[in-house]
Each structure stands twice: as C-alpha cells, then as structure tokens.
Design a binder for this molecule. Structure first.
Ligand code: FAD
Length: 434
C-alpha cells in the first residue's frame, strides 16, 4: 500500500505519524513545495521580532524523521489524475498512490489595490517571506501594515521591533472587533501605541505608489498620503483548493470532507487549513485555520487512510496567542463567528455584567489582567483570558467538558462579582470532591 501526502505542514506530518502508528511496513511518500519542509508557522512571528532564531522553528529532528521512515520529495504537485490514481509533479513525472491526503494548507489572500505588485509589498506566509521581510526592514524607515487580525498585528510588532516606524491601518473603529470586545480591543491598542506603533482607524488603502518599481507611499481612501518603504499586509487567507477543484472533487471555500476526512473520492482525504470538515453535531461543514486543529485533523485522516474508522470530533475552538505582548487565551464562542447577538450587546458596554437573551456576559479585571466569560443556561459558552493565565486551564476544562456550573452561576452573576475568585473556588471544590 502506498500512501501519498501533499503538504509538509502540521496536518501532513500528523498524518504520517498516524499512518505509521498502525502501518509499520507501508510506503509513505510526502511531497511539499516549501523548501524548508516542516516548521512552526506560528513561530514566524517570534522570528520576526528576533525572539526566536530560525533554527528553533523546526520542531522535529533528523532522527524523528528517520524513525517515521517516510520518503520526502521536494516537489510541487500540478495535477491529480484520479482515473489513473496518480499525481503529476512539476518536473512532469507521475507518481501513483493508493491513498492520497491533500494537506496543502491556506495562503495569504492577495492585495488587489493598484501597486500591489511593487517591490516592498510583503506578506507573512512562509519562512521565506519572513526572511524577505527581515532583509527589507530597515531601522529608521517607515512601514505600513494593513489587516485586522493576529498576523497583521504580528507584522506590526515584528517591524517595530526591528526599529521601523510603523503605521497600522485598521478598516474599522477598533482592533479585531470580530473576536474581542471593545474593552479588550482598547487594551491591545493602548499597548501597541506604547510600543510606538501609530494606529489609523477607518483607514483603507486606495493605492500603493511606487518609485522605480519600489513602494514609496500609499494613498488612503480618505485622501491621506503616507510615505513608506515597506507595506505588509495580512487581510485573510484562502485555502489552497485548486488541485482538488481541478480534479473534480467537491469544494466550497475548502475541500469538502466527511467526518472521516474523506472527500467524495473514497481514496482521497483532506486535512488542515484546506479542509472543510462536516461536523455531525451542528450539521455544517467547518473551515478552521489553527495549528492544533490541523494536527488533530491530520491525525484522524491518517488513521482513516490506514483503515481505522476514526471520526474527527471537532474540539472546542481554542487559541492561545500573544497580542501586543499580552498572553491571551480565547476559548469557545466569544465573538461574531458563533453568535452575532452576543457581541452586539456586549460591545461598548461598561457595566460589569448584563443579561442577554440566551447567555450572560460577565466581565472583570482591569488593565492587563482581564477575564470575560460567556455564561449560558447552566454551562459556560466561551471565555477570553488576558494577561494572568491562572484561569485559562480551569476555564478550558469547564467549557470543553460542558460542566454544569449551577453551583457558581448565581455568584458569577452577582453585580461586581469577583469572577476570578468564583471560578477558582468552583474549580478547587471540584478537585477536592474527586
Ligand atoms: C504567521 C502565522 C502565524 C500563525 N499563528 C498561529 C497561532 O498563533 N496559532 C495557531 O493555532 N495557528 C497559527 N497559524 C496558523 C497555522 O500555522 C496553520 O493553521 C497551520 O500551519 C495549518 O497547517 P496545514 O498543515 O493545514 O497547512 P500548512 O502549514 O500551510 O502546510 C501546507 C503545505 O502544503 C504545501 N503545498 C501547498 N500546495 C502544494 C502543492 N501543490 N504541491 C506541494 N506542496 C504544496 C505548502 O507549501 C505547505 O508547506 C499561523 C499562521 C501563520 C502564517
């Protein structure tokens, strides 16, 4: 049996590990077009700031790969020939497969404004992008950053850490409004300003203006012009579905797979940022773009490819990240994505708690230690923990396991409740009961 995996990212590697855990003798071939193979893409942000060297981005050693015993080929797959169960590679050679995994990830959405192809317009997708940015980042020069999520913020901080003057353009009236509430956005914005980053709200690019092929300034939709020598953007990602779509596999935004990570062709699977996975609980097909999810999906895909019927069960959304130097855990449903009403009502609300139609927002904290909990009927729905992470682990468990919170619900919802103390008490009592 020959297993072929396209993509050397988190999903691809997890699939190799899973296949090898059940199929000791099978042939596994991994194909990838990134010259650096498998490395930590989340780590690229810390490489940009200079906190991590590029060596530390590689989580696996030569021995690890040897132990897994697979064949790695640096190649770009140009076509999937389903009738012949084979792949065409960029050197025009063909490679047959018995089971195929497409783990091609997602790429940064392109900028489409005039001037986007000038030298000095950069994105942060791969290690080569990060190296390119570092070459162009010149102390004392000016950079413009565009985009509203984590990657844009990482670009702004990375360029600032390299001594550039950074102007950060935000389309709306605050940072990351789809996930953070207003208070949380303001905390991050204040910290960015303290770092010396200039924020521009309600600002959108109209065009990038060059001089001798090199970015020289930008014009905004409000008519303002800003000089710069670098423009970095992170305005979203696009799953790399082209191979699957051209081969006639079912796709929407991602490659559609069932809960066994199988496409509409039973010999072909997909996992990671490129996969849109059917969730039997909600009845929807869901796209994720998180490292941990890619690993879990790759693991499930590998086991299924090797004949172990292993449905992928979507775990609760969870991301631990650093925003403007502040460790932040985002657990469960906290923003627009899951519940528009919730964010609509919490936004701009200065009270410590407020009843909502089907959930209650309870908040506490000041400055950099802040907890926001979304309280449902008898369980917690989501939480944001900023700064002190003491509550992060208990909240993850309480939310993931959908624990009955009735013993603390009333205390949580008391006006001016000390949420941290209430959760810690609840958690300690639970542990002592065990
Ligand atoms: C700057 C940055 C910061 C991030 N920070 C976080 C974070 O803090 N937390 C978090 O959870 N996630 C983060 N992510 C997202 C996380 O890195 C991704 O969710 C994860 O890497 C997805 O893994 P994957 O295996 O699906 O795809 P990828 O890692 O994208 O791997 C896909 C591979 O397929 C290869 N490929 C594509 N097409 C072909 C082809 N035709 N032929 C051959 N090879 C091909 C690509 O070159 C690539 O190597 C971040 C991502 C970036 C870019």
């Amino acid at each position: 049996m020959r297993y072929v995996i396209i993509g050397t990212g988190a999903a691809g590697i997890a699939a190799v590990e899973a296949i090898r855990s059940v199929e000791r003798g099978a042939e596994i071939i991994m194909l990838g077009d990134d010259p650096h193979g498998f490395y930590s893409r989340p780590g690229l942000a810390y490489f940009l700031t200079g906190e991590l060297s590029d060596k530390t981005l590689f989580p696996k050693t030569r021995e690890d790969y040897k132990r897994l015993g697979f064949i790695y080929r640096k190649a770009r797959v140009t076509r999937i020939l389903r009738d012949e169960t084979s792949l065409q590679l960029d050197d025009n050679s063909l490679l047959t497969y018995d089971r195929l995994l497409i783990a091609t990830g997602a790429a940064a959405s392109p900028l489409t404004v005039p001037g986007a192809n000038l030298q000095g317009v950069v994105k942060l997708d791969h290690l080569n992008d990060a190296r390119h940015i570092l070459k162009l980042a010149k102390r004392g020069r000016t950079a413009i950053v565009v985009g509203g999520g984590i990657t844009a913020l990482e670009l702004a901080e990375g360029l600032r850490a390299r001594g550039m003057h950074v102007h950060y353009l935000l389309r709306g009236d605050r940072y990351w409004s789809s996930v953070l509430d207003e208070h949380e956005s303001r905390i991050i914005e204040a910290r960015l300003q303290e770092e010396g980053i200039t924020l521009h709200f309600h600002s959108e690019l109209r065009e990038i203006i060059g001089k001798s092929g090199q970015v020289n300034s930008v014009r905004l939709k409000n008519g303002q012009t800003l000089k710069c020598s670098l423009l970095a953007y992170a305005i979203g990602i696009q799953p790399r579905v082209e191979l699957a779509r051209d081969a006639g596999l079912a796709t929407e935004r991602g490659i559609l797979v069932n809960e066994f990570m199988q496409t509409n062709d039973p010999g072909i699977y997909a996992a990671g940022d490129v996969a849109q996975v059917y969730d039997p609980i909600s009845g929807h097909s869901i796209l994720d773009s998180l490292w941990g999810v890619a690993r879990e999906q790759g693991d499930a895909a590998g086991l299924n490819m090797a004949g172990q019927a292993q449905p992928y069960i979507k775990s609760m959304p969870f991301n631990i990240t650093r925003l403007a130097g502040l460790t932040t855990t985002i657990i469960g449903a906290v923003g627009h994505g899951r519940d528009d009403d919730l964010i609509g009502i919490a936004r701009g609300d200065s009270e410590t708690w407020r009843e909502l139609p089907n959930a209650i927002v309870a908040q506490s904290g000041f400055d950099i230690n802040r907890v926001r909990i979304l309280v449902g009927e008898n369980k917690l729905i989501g939480a944001v923990v900023m700064g002190d992470q003491t509550l992060s682990m208990p909240l993850q468990r309480i939310i993931a396991n959908q624990m009955d919170i009735s013993p603390m619900r009333e205390a949580l919802l008391t006006r001016d409740a000390k949420i941290a103390d209430v959760v810690v008490d609840f958690w300690s009592n639970l542990k002592s009961e065990k």
